[in-house]
Design a protein around this ligand. Structure first.
Ligand code: ADP
Ligand code: MG
Length: 705
């Protein structure tokens, strides 16, 4: 260390190529794996630990066990066999209790390493052959009382960490590198996490955590280590989660930095006005969600909230009541739907509900005639239209509002920072309510949507009929047909759905077409069977759907997913063929096509063997619950975060240290703590620097706006 002008170097920021034994080649391998600094290396936790701490007397060894012994090499020799290049190295190790043979295949260099008189620790499988007990290809490590480098044994005689291999860097080398890196650290490290947070969560300091996670003391609980449940490991996981969440909380706050021109002030008059619009009693879930939304509207900073609830849970009315509250304040409302058809549906629905109020509602979509459009623009700009329903373009185009105060977005997941920035650029800082029927697991809500607040409607309006879900093997097909027969005979209708099966769209189509023919001619000759598939033209599809909706078709055979929005209340049976091939959320969506009327419904999951264990668990989950939130959590558990987030094309960065499923409690905690720290503006300087300079790159987000 030189004194004087050199600025203090953060030992964790040291680049890996400056560690002993890391040349450009290994540094490149590390970089490829995203590891550039000592800090990166230390946050890469072992994926497994093995207890090699207890030395066993040689005499006590038994065949078939894995054990560690410590002793001296008393003899060694290398055999070259007749097979070219094949070598066997034999050594005999002895301790106070006896001696044992150790054999290594094809590692001739050991003749220079494990020399007689050397003190070593051996760890491995104890085997028995005709000439007695021996170790085969065991791990070894020299124990030198006075190691020239003062090095301690790392892979024997202790609880040993195992790392994922990184290119050229073997797990063994990584162990040594981590040790060296740790040895360079000063006893006290700076910390980006405020000390009171660390204390509140009950975690050790960072220096201690690094040591304990990589080289745990021999008395540590190996099982807990392997589950990543020790305080040391959890501290490092928490660090990552906290930094991630702090970035979101920070963004959220800086977006909220600009305050709403006019927050809502609740009064009895407003409550009464809202109650007049309400056609029925809200469920407890709806009431809670509405309260959360209105509370946000009363706050000075703009709302950014996600309202989740299964299809049919009654999100629209909640949004509409909140909209009435806004309109009572003279604020305008934009209600956006993903398609023109859905916009039309919302418009009719809302116009009916508001028909006795003084509020004027307008529909504005791409197909609105130019003349009407111009008139609508004008009345929005004047403020004489209070609520406008339309597609996403509503807040993007040149639509001008007199005072837009509340935006509702139905089924729009990706309305985020960029869109809000676009609104702010127009001088608009409305409250924003996003609505989705795709249940989002809590962990995902906390990550992908971390800058949002989340409300849930967990219950359903009264009077809904339950859906019974049956899981049946192919061999019980007749029983399933009997059920369909009975329901259609009683005046109901049924769906039979085929998955997007493996080979090709063609063969899917073929099996669905053949199935429809078979069902029509051989199974249900007395009924009318319809067929719907993706290759049909739009008007053909519409005809098929219309026939089913009107009841002319009794049974509808369909490939893949039946269009979203299909609503045939008289349909009471959903048969899903090859259910073992569907994902959980898709099964749940399909099941939601029935149970929409007053008659009890059944969903039959027909499966064909062989099915995987995971498929069995999926169908079991479907049988056990029809709660979309539970289904979403199970889906995440079964598929694991990588797959789950991968297929969702999510913005979730690859979290390196923690696991969103295993460590979800920590993510929850990190979310709460980060929001508090940011809200109270008690940020250590190093955290501010990190959030400003490193966070976007580290967590892989592209900032827009
Ligand atoms: P989604 O959450 O899928 O958007 P909707 O808002 O379309 O659900 O509501 C589904 C249906 O349930 C609508 O016909 C709506 O009028 C009705 N509904 C909503 N809430 C209630 C309630 N509390 N009591 C009775 N019916 C309700
Ligand atoms: Mg809806």
């Amino acid at each position: 260390m030189s004194g004087g002008g050199t600025p203090p170097v953060d030992p964790l920021a040291l680049r890996l190529q400056f560690l002993k034994g890391v040349g450009p080649r290994k540094a490149a391998d590390f970089a490829k794996a995203g590891l550039e600094t000592v800090e990166d290396l230390l946050y890469r936790l072992p994926f497994r630990y093995e207890d090699r701490s207890r030395m066993r007397p040689v005499r006590s060894l038994k065949p078939g066990e894995r054990a560690a012994v410590s002793g001296t090499i008393i003899s060694a020799h290398l055999l070259r066999t007749r097979r070219r290049g094949f070598t066997i190295f034999h050594a005999v190790l002895s301790d106070a209790s006896g001696s044992i043979r150790c054999t290594w295949m094809n590692q001739p260099f050991l003749a220079d390493v494990l020399v007689p008189q050397l003190s070593v620790v051996i760890f491995g499988d104890v085997r028995l052959d005709s000439s007695g007990l021996h170790f085969l290809n065991a791990e070894y490590e020299a124990v030198e009382a006075e190691d020239a480098d003062g090095r301690t044994p790392l892979r024997t005689g202790r609880i040993v960490p195992f790392y994922e291999r990184t290119g050229q860097v073997t797990p063994n080398m990584q162990r040594r590198l981590v040790r060296d890196a740790l040895d360079r650290l000063p006893p006290v490290l700076s910390d980006r996490i405020p000390p009171e947070v660390v204390a509140r969560v009950g975690l050790p300091d960072r220096r201690e955590a690094f040591e304990g996670a990589h080289f745990p003391p021999n008395e540590a609980d190996v099982e807990a280590l392997n589950q990543c449940a020790t305080a040391a490991q959890r501290r490092l996981i928490f660090d990552e989660f906290f930094l991630f969440q702090a970035g979101h909380a920070w963004r959220r706050l800086s977006l909220a930095g600009e305050l709403k021109p006019r927050p809502v002030v609740m009064s009895d008059a407003i409550r009464a006005a809202a109650a007049r619009v309400l056609p029925f009693k809200l469920t407890p879930g709806q009431r809670t969600a509405l309260k959360e939304i209105v509370d946000d509207m009363c706050r000075p900073e703009p709302m950014h909230r996600l309202l989740q609830g299964d299809v049919g849970s009654g999100k629209t009315i909640v949004a509409l009541i909140a909209a009435v509250v806004a309109m009572e304040h003279g604020l305008q409302v934009a209600f956006m739907a993903p398609t023109e058809i859905l916009a039309g549906q919302h418009y009719r629905n809302i116009a009916t509900l508001l028909s006795h109020s003084r509020f004027r509602v307008e529909l504005l979509t791409g197909s609105t005639p130019a003349l009407e459009k111009r008139a609508a623009y004008a009345s929005l700009a004047r403020g004489s239209t209070h609520l406008v329903v339309g597609t996403h373009a509503l807040v993007q185009d040149d639509v001008a509002f007199r005072e837009l105060g509340f935006v509702v977005i139905d089924e729009q997941h990706r309305f985020g920072v960029a869109q809000r920035a676009a609104l702010r650029a127009k001088g608009l800082r409305p409250d924003v309510l996003l609505m989705t029927a795709t249940p989002i697991p809590r962990t995902l809500a906390l990550t992908d949507y971390a800058e949002l607040d989340v409300s849930k409607i967990p219950d359903r309006p009264p009077g809904r009929t339950p859906i019974t879900t049956l899981v049946r093997p192919e061999s019980r097909r007749d029983e399933v047909y009997a059920l369909v027969q009975a329901q259609i005979a009683a005046g109901r209708q049924a769906y039979v759905v085929y998955p997007l099966v493996a080979e090709s769209e063609k063969s899917d189509l073929k099996s669905a077409t053949e199935m429809a023919e078979h069902l029509q001619t051989e199974v249900f000759p007395a009924f009318t069977v319809g067929l719907l598939h993706g290759r049909m033209k739009a008007d053909e599809k519409a005809q098929v759907m219309q026939a089913f909706l009107s009841g002319r078709t009794h049974l509808l055979v369909s490939t893949t997913v039946i269009e979203v929005g299909v609503d045939v209340p008289n349909a009471t049976v959903m048969v899903i063929e090859h259910a073992e091939r569907f994902g959980l959320s898709q099964l749940h969506q399909l099941r939601g096509r029935v149970g929409r009327g007053t008659h009890a419904s059944t969903c039959v999951l027909l499966y064909q063997s062989p099915w995987t264990d995971e498929a069995r668990q999926r169908l079991q989950a479907m049988h056990e619950t029809d709660d979309g939130f539970v289904i979403a959590e199970r889906d995440l558990e079964l598929r694991g975060p990588g797959d789950f987030f991968g297929t969702r094309q999510s913005g979730v960065p690859a979290l390196r240290t923690g696991d969103l499923v295993r460590d979800r409690d920590l993510m929850e905690r990190a979310h709460a703590e980060a929001r508090q720290v940011i809200a109270e503006a008690r940020l250590p300087e190093s955290l501010v620097t990190f959030l400003r300079d490193e966070w976007p790159a580290r967590f892989g987000f592209i900032e827009v706006g």
